[in-house]
Design a protein around this ligand. Sequence first.
Ligand code: AHG
Ligand code: MN
Ligand code: MN
Length: 336
Amino acid sequence: MAKKRFMTLSRHILEGERMHPGATGELSALLDQLGMAAKLISLEVNKAGLVDILGFTGSENVHGEKVKKLDIFANDVLIKAMDHGGHFCVMASEEEEEIIHIPSQHQVGKYVLLFDPLDGSSNIDANISIGTIFSIYKRVTPDGTPGTLDDCLQPGYKQEAAGYVVYGSSTILVYTTGHHGVHGFTLDPAFGEFLLSHEDIKIPSRGRIYSANEGNYLKWPQGLKNYIKYLQAHTFDEKPYQARYVGSMVADLHRTLLYGGIFMYPGDMRNPKGKLRLMYECNPMAFIIETAGGRAIDGKKRILDLQPERLHEKTPVYMGSPEDVDLLEKFLREAE
Ligand code: AHG
Ligand code: MN
Ligand code: MN
């Protein structure tokens, strides 16, 4: 087994950017700051259980501070960490209805940041893996002016970078700029650095895991029902598929990226657009999955080609190993 290079996130980003003609080092700086914010959130996430035991919950803690819900905390950390570095002209968060302007006292930059500060919130109290997802674009409005909604509503293929952090048995940050592969870094709590642990991740061409909330099965499109029944009735290289569903998109997709298979959050009769948001869940995860050699569709079209109309719009999503998505797509088409 090749010896792992001692490579920190900061150095890796810098080296990656140096390979990129005309790079200004700005992307490195902002990705580095995102890594800093992730460390802060990870600290709080890992303490959350402890806070409950020590009874700091309730309306306020020993310092008289309001105990914030973890996703509001994560949202505040990201906004405060990212709004003064001079890198962004505007931001947008799952937790904020409107776009987030850069405070007038800070310099406005040329990038746009969209994020889901805490993904999988329903799993927090059960201590199940949760995550943070981020998506970065270049602005489309004139430099030096305040960013606008148009800067945010760009199709996913225009992303400059995307990534996620999964707060699980360890804290892992995975990012890509779309050019030099997908890379994972594990936080070493001993000295608070993200160290390269998963270099140039490639998703297996086919997996053996399908991941969806089968509680919604009866509401699913017929083609999807046929696909699930086909997976359950057949073996592949003498082995059947397994069902795995954490209920945190970041955890389910991190497993899909490493082990292969397919993650699905379909639309159904009641919610034709499904539940997951295009701009700060599906687009960044699709950018990562495609850069690692996978596919990401809404059932008909490539996720990254969808032209967004609204900041918090939802889309059905099927993404993972190319051969698994191909087979699903065939079942959906045949049932039309
Ligand atoms: P969030 O906590 O940011 O709202 O995201 C939760 C999402 C996603 O993480 C997960 O895949 C999905 O909700 C699970 O939804 P169901 O519980 O309906 O399966
Ligand atoms: Mn989410
Ligand atoms: Mn969230």
